[in-house]
Design a binder for this molecule. Structure first.
Ligand code: AMP
Length: 109
């Protein structure tokens, strides 16, 4: 797996505004928020393309993302996983965006 800025956040080599962490995942505020609530949830162990072997980790990451969305965005929220170049992914370490705090437009650009 490539070294990414998220690896450095996990190792505490660069600062992040961490809002939740456990043994499997880490959640922190996005440095360039696209909504009043914009949190990234990442697995500590990076993977680019989820396989069946990653189902438990991915399920946990999704559960944490949804829990943070419910806690921070009582009006509703959106979970997003940008994937690949056309999907707009800029960091090749799987991550779930938790977006909310305002009415979100659809479809995305
Ligand atoms: P994506 O474009 O889906 O790969 O999402 C990557 C996200 O990481 C973007 O929303 C960036 O704003 C965010 N990001 C990049 N560097 C940092 C950082 N050091 N701390 C917090 N968020 C970051």
């Amino acid at each position: 797996m490539p070294e990414t800025i998220f690896s450095k956040i996990i190792r505490r080599e660069i600062a992040a505004d961490i809002v939740y962490e456990d043994e499997v995942c880490l959640a922190f505020n996005d440095v360039a928020p696209q909504a009043p609530v914009h949190i990234l949830v990442i697995p500590r162990e990076p993977f680019e393309d989820a396989t069946q072997a990653d189902a438990t980790t991915l399920g946990h990451v999704m559960e944490v993302a949804a829990r943070l969305g419910r806690e921070k965005c009582p009006g509703g929220f959106r979970l997003v996983a940008n994937t690949g170049a056309d999907g707009g992914q800029s960091v090749p370490h799987l991550h779930i965006h938790v977006l909310g705090g305002r009415a979100l437009g659809w479809p995305p650009g």
